[in-house]
Design a protein around this ligand. Structure first.
Ligand SMILES: C[S@@+](CC[C@H](N)C(=O)[O-])C[C@H]1O[C@@H](n2cnc3c(N)ncnc32)[C@H](O)[C@@H]1O
Length: 311
């Protein structure tokens, strides 16, 4: 039903990298299921004794994934467990289903097109919605809370760090002045203010992106989840991460770099005793081909990295 709204990115590259060994029980985790494009391809490759686990923080997206996976797995060949949770809870949620080791895990970090296109999700600044932006509607902090209560310095920092917005200071200043007269309510209140300050449409993109990252703790969650995923991987297990933002890619790159080195201290005689746990399997990030970019322009900013657990 949503097939023309969203195409998966780096489908072949991801599915070829996740190794399925027919001589053992594989446990594969998809942390960002949505339409389950990647997931169905992986499920098709699994053996009857394998387990597939899918996470999505958004219950609606999880339901869409369930439908597609039921079609792919008509004969109930594979054991499928779907979990409605943020991937930051990976370890805790897997414990609940008695899983402490996994053979493969992947992340597709682009927020789904539906989050931007579908009215009720309120991620877009192009239409007038309450300023919300939560993936998980049970969490308390909304974009509105941030705009109406964060100090100017904190607003400036998130617009700069998460949005790389050149007018971060002026926009933060104007928000603080404006909310003294009347509180912000809608996406339009904010996008009008941004336009008044910078006169650049792109500033709206950048500020809204920064807010989304802050509301959903996206960067810390990615870091926590990837670190946990590496500890859960068994020897020769694969982790594959597709990111769409330089801040996300930097997190993945730094974790993989750290985990593929013995010793991470700068002392002449090592004092950290850090031992490598990963082998990076690509020196440069994997990028979509020209053909994929033409067919799916959203894939343009995708970068993937993958690594193998070695201990
Ligand atoms: C780009 S879509 C994934 C597409 C999917 N790989 C496919 O092939 O159809 C990203 C999905 O991840 C979910 N998501 C985003 N952040 C999440 C998080 N921190 N934890 C769990 N799910 C998350 C979104 O709700 C969305 O459904």
């Amino acid at each position: 039903m949503y097939d023309n709204l969203h195409k998966s990115v780096l489908l072949e590259e991801l599915c070829d990298s996740i190794k399925i060994d027919s001589n053992k029980k594989n446990v594969i985790v998809d942390t960002t299921l949505w339409l389950a494009w990647h997931a169905s391809k992986i499920v098709e490759k699994l053996n009857p004794w394998d387990t597939f686990i899918g996470f999505d923080a958004d219950i609606k997206n999880l339901e869409l994934a369930k439908k597609r996976l039921e079609e792919t797995n008509k004969d109930n060949k594979v054991r499928i467990i779907l979990i409605n949770s943020n991937f930051v809870n990976l370890k805790k949620e897997l414990q609940k289903v008695w899983i402490d080791k996994i053979t493969g895990i992947y992340y597709d970090l682009w927020i789904s097109s539906l989050h931007i296109d579908e009215k009720e999700r309120w991620f877009s600044f192009r239409l007038e919605w309450p300023l919300d932006m939560r993936f998980d509607r049970t969490k308390w902090k909304t974009a509105l809370d941030i705009i109406n209560s964060y100090k100017k310095e904190d607003l400036r920092r998130i617009f700069l760090e998460y949005g790389e917005e050149p007018y971060c200071n002026q926009i933060a200043q104007k928000i603080v002045e404006t909310r003294q007269k009347s509180k912000f309510e809608t996406t339009k209140d904010l996008s009008d203010l941004i336009w008044k300050v910078s006169k650049f449409e792109k500033s709206k993109n950048r500020v809204f992106q920064a807010l989304r990252i802050e509301v959903n703790n996206e960067l810390e969650n990615i870091e926590t989840s990837i670190i946990d995923a590496i500890t859960l991987l068994e020897k020769r297990g694969i982790i594959f991460v597709i990111s769409f933002h330089s801040l996300e890619d930097r997190i993945v790159k730094n974790i993989f770099r750290k985990e593929s080195r013995d010793c991470i201290c700068k002392d002449i005689v090592c004092t950290c005793k850090h031992k490598k746990t990963l082998k990076k399997l690509n020196k440069k990030p994997i990028l979509p081909t020209e053909k994929e970019i033409q067919e799916n322009p959203r894939s343009r900013s995708a970068k993937a990295r993958f690594a193998e657990k070695i201990v």
